[in-house]
Design a protein around this ligand. Structure first.
Ligand code: GLU
Length: 375
């Protein structure tokens, strides 16, 4: 979608970060929330479906407790989230109510994207809310999600939601104008990049990794999120939250922020789930021939191409396939456990039954239908 077509956007996901929602003191920035809600309410009144992904629970909880520093340990963060999420929702509800709009709180965890049944569940809930004319307000369920199972940042969450809901547009609102050619705080030559057709390694290099005190995301996490969303067919914009009327202006096609164009072919939902939803349980290192066959010829991965296996995983889990330089070739569902692959790596397919002592269900270690190249 080009800027000129943004006005046609029917369903949009808007993400706002902690750095925009909280003051330096940690207390909520009510002016900002009000400004955001007013814009969202207007978009809603125009007949668009609006989904809000908001951070700020941990920050608001820390503010309420009067903590002078950001919470550090996991239980501290979880406690702050428990306190802050209620506060956050209370304020959103109040502001949206002024415009006669009902909101619904949806707290998601990684498992809601990793387990297919839950993925479909979440989708159904969100669809129902939208069909009732409600604005879903989403955050990660920080109080129950510990680090190992966390999505971690809401940029990621918003991209998954945008893919899950087939949104037309994802707008990530933050405290910078978009992606710059260099760090604008340090380099006066830095220029804003208005349009990105494809996220290349060079683009990732310019992103740097700066974040603010309370939020978790920096530009890198936004780029990763933009990659996920654009692969899912969702055009993505990064723009400054505090710009007056930023959302209606983006939808009017004004040249604000950085736009990441959606890939022309939306990745199938199942492949999105393989690439970004399911946690990666291990790695398979492949030789140069196999890497080429996977990348360029659309082949499946056979035991003969496997050089090494890392981690302990079972059949059906998601693994990352990397080349000998450690660059990711793809992600896919394995047909063998890590222990089995250890035994059959480098072997010809015809030898596998003899080595294992039983006939495996599949010849391929990862079948091409269950494989996403360079996610
Ligand atoms: N879920 C976290 C919160 O509400 C924020 C995550 C993020 O900053 O991206 O505090």
């Amino acid at each position: 979608m080009h800027r000129a077509d943004f006005g046609e956007c029917r369903r949009l996901v808007v993400k706002i970060g902690t750095s925009s929602l909280a003051h330096e003191t940690g207390k909520l920035n009510l002016g900002m929330m009000e400004m955001l809600v007013r814009q969202l309410a207007d978009l809603h009144n125009q007949g668009r479906e609006v989904i809000l992904v908001t951070s700020g629970a941990i920050g608001a909880g820390a503010g309420k407790l009067g903590l002078r520093r950001a919470p550090r340990t996991i239980p501290e963060k979880q406690a702050c989230a428990a306190i802050g999420q209620g506060l956050l929702l209370h304020m959103y509800e109040k502001f949206f109510a002024e415009y006669g709009i009902t909101v619904g709180q949806v707290l998601l965890t990684r498992e809601d994207f990793a387990i297919r049944r839950r993925f479909l569940n979440a989708q159904n809930t969100l669809r129902s809310l939208l069909s009732f004319g409600v604005v879903p307000i989403i955050n990660e369920n920080d109080t129950v999600a510990v680090d190992e199972i966390k999505l971690g940042d809401n940029d990621h969450l918003s991209a998954l939601v945008a893919g899950l809901m087939n949104a037309d547009l994802l707008v990530m609102l933050t405290d910078t104008d978009g992606l710059y050619t260099a760090d604008p705080r340090r380099n006066p030559e830095a220029r804003l990049i208005p349009w990105i057709g494809e996220i290349t390694e060079d683009i990732e290099k310019v992103a740097g990794a700066a974040g603010s005190r309370l939020g978790t995301g920096g530009m890198i996490t936004k780029l990763h999120a933009a990659r996920i969303a654009t692969h899912a067919g969702v055009t993505t914009v990064i723009a400054r939250a505090s710009l007056k009327d930023v959302l209606p202006r983006i939808l009017a096609g004004e040249e604000l922020g950085t736009v990441f164009r959606a890939l022309p072919r939306r990745m199938e939902r199942r492949k999105q789930w393989i690439a970004y939803g399911a946690p990666v349980a291990g790695r398979i290192v492949v030789d140069a021939g196999a890497a080429r066959a996977l990348r360029e010829k659309g082949k499946s991965l056979l035991p003969s191409g496997v050089v090494a296996v890392e981690g302990s995983f079972e059949t059906g889990q998601t693994v990352s396939i990397v080349d000998s330089e450690g660059r990711e070739v793809g992600r896919g569902l394995v047909n063998y456990s890590a222990a089995e692959i250890e035994r059959i790596k480098g072997c010809r397919t015809t030898a596998v039954t003899d080595i294992l002592g039983y006939q495996p269900y599949y010849e391929e270690v990862v079948h091409r239908n269950n494989l996403v190249i360079e996610p």
